[in-house]
Design a protein. Sequence first.
Length: 146
Amino acid sequence: MKTYSAKPLEVERKWYLIDADGMTLGRLAVIAADLLRGKHKPQYTPNVDTGDFVIIINAAKICVSGKKETDKKYYHHTGFPGGLKIASFRELMEKDATIAIEKAVKGMLPHNTLGQEQFNKLKVYAGSEHPHAAQKPVVYNETEAK
């Protein structure tokens, strides 16, 4: 019996819609990363992009536990001397609610070109509206997936 290896042209991609209202940031990021990588499919192959598209709505209503709202820090550097920028989770959510989810999911994907391709299939929106109705996304239900 030979081991099956998925080919990029054989992969069928679906669109999943996840409502982030009231969800914890880390739990949401794990679900999204697994869907983007394709780990929920029987033909999952680690070196092939077998994942699906993920749409996350209501990103502004995500929550974190404990004191992470004030203590969790996000860093980025502008590239200029003294250009280190630090923002707390609360400040980041006030500025742009989608960045926190994108950073959490991106950190759970491979740090190579395959991970970049998978990350490009993630669409995050702060409100409940999204422009992907034509793709007929399936509402992701965590209990049905397991």
